[in-house]
Design a protein around this ligand. Structure first.
Ligand code: C5P
Length: 218
């Protein structure tokens, strides 16, 4: 599948930042699939849906209109929810939403359709394994838990005074565990995805390495 870059990896590994910058450089569309699972989760929180009721979550996913604009902002039924999908409440429930097979089926279909009609850089947990296994370029981005927690902490500490590095570490570790151990489309590295460990690399270094691989220079 030409003109498609698929990126997977655990939370906080820098996937979305890297995918966004890579898309800008290549002039491709960036599709953050985590944002889609977050959008359904936010819609469920607003409707006070019980996260154990899978049928309700599936119905909601089917009836929710999710869109992106060129800047990567995400819209739920026309409303820009880019900020609101990053709250602690969404973090807490998103892996539960994402574990529901029927929810995944709805969102995966949308993602595949977008990749058919656009040049895309798509990032998530199952892009290289399930959504776009035939992508031209496949990467698995990771970093140590400590480093991922440190990065997230730097990002959010000015906005949230109650947050601590320890709390963030726990929350990331919990989601890693749920995402890797779930029954449907668990997070795992595809055999043919290129592993990039970003623990000791700057964003520029990661980008340079990936672009060199995409251009066949490395
Ligand atoms: O990437 P982000 O941290 O925003 O993803 C939020 C959650 O959405 C993940 O923890 C995971 O549960 C779910 N997700 C998924 N499959 C994807 C992308 C995200 O299950 N392709």
């Amino acid at each position: 599948m030409e003109n498609v870059v698929a990126i997977d990896g655990p939370g906080g590994a820098g996937k979305s930042t890297i995918a966004r910058l890579l898309a800008q450089k290549l002039n491709y569309l960036h599709l953050d699939t985590g944002a889609m699972y977050r959008a359904v989760t936010l819609a469920a929180l607003r409707k006070k849906i019980d996260f154990n009721k899978q049928d309700k979550l599936i119905e909601l996913a089917k009836n929710t209109d999710i869109n992106f604009n060129q800047n990567g902002d995400i819209f739920l039924n026309g409303e820009n929810i880019s900020e609101e999908i990053r709250t602690a409440a969404v973090n807490k429930h998103v892996s539960q939403t994402a574990a529901v097979k029927g929810v995944r089926e709805v969102l995966v279909k949308k993602q595949q359709l977008l990749a058919q009609n656009n040049k895309v850089v798509m990032d998530g947990r199952d892009i290289t394994t399930v959504v776009l296994p035939e992508a031209e370029h496949k990467f698995f981005l990771t970093a140590s838990l400590e480093e991922r927690a440190r990065r997230r902490y730097q990002e959010v500490k000015s906005k949230n005074k109650d947050i601590t590095l320890e709390k963030i570490k726990k929350s990331i570790a919990r989601r890693d565990k749920m995402d890797s151990e779930r029954e449907h489309s668990p997070l795992k590295k595809a055999d043919d995805a290129i592993l990039v460990d970003t623990t000791n690399l700057t964003i520029e270094e990661v980008l340079d390495r990936m672009i060199a691989i995409i251009k066949g220079e490395s």
